[in-house]
Design a protein around this ligand. Structure first.
Ligand code: UDP
Ligand code: MG
Length: 229
């Protein structure tokens, strides 16, 4: 994955991509709501390129000569939102790489935007999103899932102290983003408490309504590689 080279995100007079050149679906929901699991199903069945903001940040954090590594580490452990310039640049680089290398232009952007400034800046400088899939899940369910994941994930933020901070950031900082898109009629809300396969049935129905279909070539490829992350 390309490193962050140019900062800050340039002040463009219009977005880098027109919606006809790149289709973006944002995937939002609290920590542990199942975003990664549902994205894995979607990638198995559809033509999506999956970009997880958290994964891109962790990758950048681990890149030996990254000037942002330490900063990212502190923000993630503390459940805070990394300054948007870094995250937007990482997403933009990954999108451009996907378009240039594979001509893949259908993007699932998972776990972003989780703050109003990111939402506005991304749509202004990169591309306006098509819509947002929002996974609605009560905190007690999410907490149980995260503590379970923490037994094996090795993630610095899957412990009770970080989880509590992440919940707080989600309610105070990220829910306003969902509400903003909702006020524009651009959110599809999915209840995320059921089993992953059951939730996925609702997700497929929602995509169909938005005109996103399973490509014909995918029907013939047996693949059971969907995995939670
Ligand atoms: N993060 C961030 N900006 C983003 C996305 C993620 O700063 O746009 C950071 C934030 O600290 C968050 C962490 O990365 O708590 C983990 O995000 P991830 O999406 O992996 O967590 P999830 O919600 O899927 O469990
Ligand atoms: Mg995730």
């Amino acid at each position: 994955m390309p490193a962050v080279e140019a900062l800050p995100t340039p002040n463009r007079t219009k977005p880098l991509y027109d919606p006809s050149e790149a289709t973006v679906v944002f995937v939002l929901g609290g920590p542990g709501s199942g975003k990664g699991t549902q994205c894995a199903f979607l990638v198995r069945d559809y033509a999506f390129k999956h970009l997880s903001a958290g994964d891109l940040l962790r990758e950048e954090q681990d890149r030996p000569d990254s000037e942002f590594g330490e900063m990212i580490k502190d923000y993630i452990k503390d459940g805070q939102i990394v300054p948007m310039e870094v995250t937007i640049q990482l997403l933009e680089n990954a999108m451009t790489a996907s378009i240039e290398k594979d001509n893949k232009r259908l993007f699932l952007i998972d776990g972003f935007p989780r703050k109003m400034d990111q939402a506005l800046k991304f749509e202004e400088a990169v591309v306006p999103s098509k819509f947002t899939l929002f996974f609605d899940c009560p905190e007690d369910v999410m907490q149980e899932r995260l503590l379970n994941r923490g037994k094996t994930s090795g993630r610095s933020d899957d412990n009770l102290e970080s989880i509590k901070k992440r919940f707080r950031t989600f309610v105070e900082t990220s829910m306003p983003v969902v509400e903003h898109f909702e006020s524009e009629g651009r959110v599809v809300k999915i209840s995320a408490t059921k089993l992953p396969e059951e939730v996925y049935e609702d997700v497929k129905g929602a995509l169909k309504e938005k005109g996103i279909e399973i490509p014909v070539f995918k029907f013939s490829v047996p693949d059971s590689s969907a995995a939670a992350s």
